[in-house]
Structures are given as C-alpha cells and as structure tokens.
Ligand binder design. Sequence first.
Ligand code: BGC
Ligand code: ZN
Length: 359
Amino acid sequence: MKAVTIKPGQQNSAGLGDIPTPEPGPGEVRIKTIAVGVDGTDVDINAGLYGEAPPGEERLIIGHEAVGFVEKTGPDVSEFFEGELVVPTVRRGCKERCPSCKRLEPDMCLTNNFQERGIKQLQGYMADYFIEKPDNLLKLPPELREVGILVEPLSICEKGIGEAFKIQERVVWSPEIALVLGAGNIGLLSTFLLRNKGIKTYALDIEPEDSIKANLVRRVGADYINGRNIDILELPGEIGQPDMIIEATGYSKNAFEAMQIIRNDGIVCLLSITTRHEAEEVCGDCVERRLVMGNAAVFGTVSSNRDHFQMAIEHMAEIENKWPDVTHEMITKRVSLTDFAEALNKTAADIKPVVMVAA
Ligand code: BGC
Ligand code: ZN
C-alpha cells in the first residue's frame, strides 16, 4: 500500500512510499482510509520540529485526522461490520498506566509516555489502510462523511470548552461574551461550538474582512474582528470584557494579552501549541493583577479522548443542521495522495487542506 512518511527531525522529508498492507489480528479491524486532514502539527512534523517514529523504525507515517471505512475485521470483532464509516482517536495511554490513562483519559496522561498516531511513536493514517482496535474507533453517520476529518480537531475544541465550563463551576457563571483568538481550524470550530451554545462570540484573525475565515465567522452569527486594525488590549473598549477567551493563534503574546482583558470571574483557555521560542515583552504585573483582582482562571489543554470525539460527532450534526456547508467550506484544499505535498504546504489563508486517499 501507499503511505506518506517522514524522517523525524529532518526538514521536508515527507515522501510517498510503498509498504506492506497490514493484516488485522484478533480483535482488530482494517480501515480503508478515505481522507486525512492536515494541521499545524503535521506541518511542524514535516519541518523536523516535532514527531517521533515507532521505536526501532526510521520513518513515521504522518496523519492523525482521518475518516475511513471498515474494510476487514479480524477474528473476535463484534463491534463493527464491514463498510461502516469510522473516525479513529489519536492518543494511546502510557505503559505505566497512570491514573488518567487507567481511567481511559490518555489525553490527561501524567507521565508523558503516551503515544499518538501519526505524531509520537505510532504510525499515522496517511496511508491506504490502517489497523485499529474497536475501542479507538467511533462510528460516523454517513451524512458526515465529507467533513469527518474535522471530528478530530472538533474533539480538541470540545475538550477545551467542556473543561472551561467544568472549571467555571467554581462560580455562578453564565458567559455573555466569548472571544476566540485565531480563526484557523481550531478557532473556527470553537466559534461554531460557542455559537451552537448560543453565546455571543467574537473571533479575531489577521485575514481581510472578505476572507473565507471572516465569512465563516459571520455565517454562524459571530462577529469578525480584523486583528490588523485593533490591539487585543483595546478590545474591551469596543466589545466589552470577554467572560471567556480561547487562544488559538499559536502566538503567546496574544495569550498574555488575553489574560489582561478577561472579565471578572472569567476564564482563558489556551488551545494552541506554540513552536516558536521567542522572548516576548509582556507586562507580567498587568497579567497577575488582572487574574488576581478579577478572580480569573487560565488553563491549558491538549489532545482529547473518546468522549470528546463522541460529543464532536453529535455537535457536528447540529452545526450541519443550523448552518449547512460551514464545515464543508473550511476544507480549502482537496488533493490526491500523490499530491500530498500540496496539502503540507499550508498557507495562512488555508484553513483545512485534505488528502483524499480514496476517491
Ligand atoms: C493533535 C492532538 C495532539 C497534539 C500534540 C494536535 O495536533 O490534534 O491530538 O495531542 O497535536 O501532539
Ligand atoms: Zn498516562
């Protein structure tokens, strides 16, 4: 079968190669891959900044946002039938079986010895086929087939927003204003979820007002803010103080500015992985004073578990109903497996490039 692999640590090493098609063992199924989404993590992995091959192997099959169908079931599989559409989860628990991994919440692993398909020590999904256990697969309704690759990124937003609400049980809280920094795929999907909850939402990016990003923000009834025209620190004068801020720009200066404008009792959710290592100038006193005097909370969140995937599938169906096509329009590029490099060449205007593995 064909697979896109990279050599960890090496810049621009992605290549399409032939490897043996894996056979499902007992309790395993073989998935025929339909499509794989590309995100910033894949771009960073291909830049040599991130990613680890399985122990003893030189190359890593990339891809962690996938949709496919069950093509072959191994012995002792009763959960799935051939032909069923599925979405796989990403993270697998640590060998030590820490309390979080034992609770089937590997996204909260304590040891850092977890594994992630297509990212850390486990082969990914950008290949004709992959093998999985039923526990790591979710059934996808056929009407979501086209946008199934968005379930994984949406699961990340589900976790972030869900945790924010859990943490906020510390206070009587009904958020009036949410602010999402960044309208890339995580920022947009978070905006959709917040609007689906009926919260007044603003989303900021630096793309023009007539860009796809800005249009998608407005389509779900949120307001688009062009970050080129206004400083984050000045936003409260324009829109009021946000009760909840989601940082999804990957730029830490924005995170620290968010902490300075959060409303009393509010919460800042850090949802992006910064790959730069810049020393930015930040008014530390301003951050600390706002958080303390405002009883405000800040937390970081990464990865997601099966429950978040399940919620993502449910909410995606709701979003499709309320605002048909918004998720489809996030897919700004569809390329074939042989043209995978075009998907990895993500531009700022690209929201979600997708590699169509099967036609
Ligand atoms: C993936 C997460 C993963 C994280 C860090 C993200 O792109 O969506 O599942 O935990 O990268 O590796
Ligand atoms: Zn663990």
